[in-house]
Design a protein. Structure first.
Length: 142
């Protein structure tokens, strides 16, 4: 993860307008570096999450069970979250996306994720599958 963070620094400097006098070659190099080191970050995060899952598997508390419930309904909640993001952020819907900062959009994202976990947990407690998982399973048995 350190590699991906280091590789993102040039792009972060350019995006924040802290570094403004760069050539097209520097910009392309920064984008390539960001992309390639991002793969290393993806592998690192995957390994970290895998290790955490192994560690937490024996200690499933309320929060862990709620997150598992979200994962069991991932297709439905992917679509639900996409719908909420469009509803809240898109210029042709709520239009908030053009008026908030990066931090604001991060807060919206965390809020949507927390709402998703809560709803998934309620569905789990009532033994209700995600609607799109149900449709997918019915289609695959035909």
């Amino acid at each position: 993860m350190f590699i991906s963070t280091a590789g993102a620094i040039p792009m972060a400097l350019m995006s924040s307008l802290f570094w403004t006098s760069y050539s097209e070659i520097w910009e392309l190099s920064a984008k390539a570096l960001h992309t390639f080191t991002g793969f290393a970050g993806g592998v690192g995060w995957t390994a970290l999450i895998g290790l955490m899952a192994i560690k937490l598997e024996q200690k499933r508390g309320t929060v862990t069970k709620a997150i598992v419930a979200l994962g069991q309904r991932s297709l439905s909640f992917y679509i639900f979250q996409s719908f909420l993001f469009v509803l809240i952020l898109a210029p042709y819907a709520g239009g908030l996306g053009g008026h908030i900062s990066q931090l604001g959009s991060d807060v919206v994202s965390v809020f949507v994720w927390v709402v998703s976990v809560i709803i998934a947990n309620i569905l789990h407690k009532r033994s209700i599958r995600g609607p799109f998982e149900t449709v997918l399973r019915k289609k695959s048995t035909l």
